[in-house]
Design a protein around this ligand. Structure first.
Ligand code: FHN
Length: 582
């Protein structure tokens, strides 16, 4: 090619790159990286599941419907024509965007994600692409998302939309509704007629979006998901996408619902979506609110492992966030107002977690030890090689006496915790980043590791966790719903293990079979299952070795504990399982 032609080509490329669409695409990577940094610093967000399902609130035609509230249409196989009628009753007169945004702010939540459209297909904003929306189909007749997005912007709370891009039970070509639409799907038709136009509306009508939170991928092809991603990034290059967009096209990783990795997860930035009770969408009977102490400890746990916590509220059909939920969030906010330095903008723990006494976050020159289960007056912390200059409580500034001998630090603490939820012990060190002794680093797990019930997802409506005994109980089973403990290794534990099991059981209820299994996916049988019989322990905690080997493969999703057949021993108290590498 002649020099003249080269010059012309170079000028053309420069002009093309300067065009708005070209620059949006070019800038997307840089802006995404910047947005991810902000997202990482924020650590704590509010999830809101709000839709027509808040009207039946877990009950259909007088019958209680098990499971998460926003799935009622699916679980009760409600025909579209019947479910659509709910829209005529939807009139959230109590809704005030400013109050919701202020609650998020007071709770220390730095971003908000709300359902623009859940699997039921109903748009909770004014959509031109589908008349099945809150403005056109309800007596309310207004767009609550305008008010909410503006209220968040005013308070500096990031704002994003949840959008169900794959399941849509209202559409013949959306996924999921087999009771009205048994015929084969045409995903392209659904994508082009509903998803892409609606996503464009969301990106152009509500200011700057921090993220779009897609969910339950499955039907859309890789090419279709790429279209979706391109649509978002062209309109708002800094808008983040979660991994549930599918086909590996997200900007950050979503764990399973209520699923916290058992140790640090550092392959990418991640977020745990979690419920405040046992449902996302409002259910009138669900009063199983999580204890603020537990939630504050979970926030520290997640930050220590490198993640964000996206905690859900399910407002009523009238537009009120349940008072119990508000109280819990205010409590977390008060703790954060004092201890936020140990959460926001921190780096995760460089140490692995031997038990559930402490968690750890880090800032330059500081190690924050979150004492989530009070260790009593003598607390020994091992593995730090950096010289400690000073130690004090973040909450009250009081100095904490300590001795440092080699890799061991011995602290003298009060008998009882100064903070009822999580006392943060600040350890100031001579190094900018802590030096960690070999054998204590997060990625070199010991040969023997305890998986506590506290680190597991409690799966099922009846399961309960007791903080005093650090154990879970009430392993009832109903229909297709099992009450089980699920631990998520996320690639950390591949190998073969002997298993011990620490539990307590009253002799009168002993007898059921139990099973510890390893599963590839959310459903389906375990590929390894160790079984045993629940023996009576006169209600004292004992540790028993199980026969057999537990094999964990890199792609395994979770390790489970449950009673497969009956509920005779439902009251068994499970504290932990211990894995010893073979
Ligand atoms: O099916 C949904 C469910 O209703 C809820 O929205 C959660 C939130 O993470 N996501 C799906 C299940 O994982």
């Amino acid at each position: 090619m002649s020099f003249r032609r080269l010059l012309v080509a170079a000028i053309l490329i420069t002009i093309l790159c300067a065009l708005p669409w070209a620059s949006a695409a070019d800038n997307a990577d840089g802006q995404t990286a910047q947005a991810l940094r902000r997202f990482d610093e924020n650590k704590f967000g509010m999830f809101i599941h709000w839709g027509l399902y808040a009207i039946p609130a877990g009950e259909w035609k007088g019958t209680y419907v098990r499971g998460i509230g926003e799935w009622i249409m699916n679980r009760a196989r409600i025909p579209v024509k019947e479910y659509e009628q709910l829209a005529k009753q939807f009139n959230p007169v109590k809704f005030k965007g400013a109050e919701w945004a202020q609650l998020a702010k007071d709770a220390g939540m730095r971003y908000m994600v709300i359902t623009a459209k859940h699997h039921d297909g109903f748009a909770m904003y004014g959509s031109k692409a589908s008349s099945y929306n809150v403005v056109d189909a309800t007596p309310y007749g207004k767009d609550p998302m305008k008010e909410l997005s503006a209220a968040c912007a005013q308070r500096g709370v990031g704002f994003g939309f949840y959008y169900s891009q794959d399941q849509d039970w209202h559409e013949p070509n959306g996924r999921g509704n087999t009771w009205d639409f048994p015929a084969e799907r045409k995903p392209k038709v659904y994508l082009e007629n509903k998803v892409l136009p609606q996503v464009k509306e969301l990106l152009t009508g509500y200011g700057t979006l921090s993220l779009i939170w897609f969910d339950t991928p499955g039907m859309l092809s890789e090419e279709q998901v790429s279209d979706l991603r391109r649509t978002v990034k062209t309109l708002q290059p800094s808008c983040l996408l979660n991994s549930r967009i599918g086909h590996g096209k997200g900007d950050y990783f979503q764990t399973g619902d209520n699923a916290i990795p058992i140790q640090l997860y550092s392959k990418s930035k991640w977020e745990v979506p979690a419920t405040l009770n046992d449902t996302w969408g409002y259910k009138k009977n669900d009063q199983n609110w999580k204890d603020p102490a537990d939630l504050i400890a979970k926030l520290a746990d997640i930050a220590s492992k490198g993640g964000n916590y996206l905690l859900n509220v399910g407002p009523t059909a009238e537009g009120a966030i349940p008072e119990a939920a508000q109280r819990v969030l205010q409590t977390i906010g008060k703790w954060l107002a004092v201890n936020g330095e140990a959460i926001y903008g921190t780096a995760p723990s460089p140490f692995y977690f031997p038990d559930i006494t402490w968690r750890c976050t880090v800032k330059p020159g500081k190690v924050f030890l979150h004492l989530i289960n009070w260790p009593g007056p003598n607390f020994r912390f091992e593995g730090l090689e950096s010289k400690v200059k000073r130690a004090y409580f973040l909450g009250n500034g009081k100095e904490v006496p300590f001795r440092q001998e080699g890799r061991a630090l011995s602290f003298t603490l009060p008998e009882t915790a100064p903070d009822a939820y999580n006392t943060v012990l600040v350890v100031e060190i001579a190094d900018r980043t802590p030096r960690v002794a070999p054998g204590y680093v997060h990625n070199t797990l010991p040969a023997r590791l305890d998986l506590y019930a506290w680190t597991a997802r409690l799966r099922g409506e009846e399961l309960r966790y007791d903080r005093k005994t650090s154990s879970a109980s009430n392993f009832r089973n109903a229909e297709r719903d099992r009450n089980e403990l699920w631990w998520y290794p996320y690639g950390a534990l591949s190998g073969e293990y002997n298993v011990e099991f620490t539990y307590a059981c009253d002799d009168r209820i002993a007898g059921s079979r139990f099973q510890i299994g390893v599963q590839k996916g959310n459903q389906g049988p375990a590929h390894v299952a160790l079984q045993g019989r629940v023996e009576g322990t006169k209600a004292a905690f004992v540790t028993r070795r199980l026969d057999g080997t537990l094999r964990i493969e890199p792609g395994d999703q979770h390790i489970s504990f449950g009673l497969p057949d009956d509920d005779k021993s439902a009251g068994i108290k499970v504290r932990k399982i211990t894995l010893t590498r073979r």
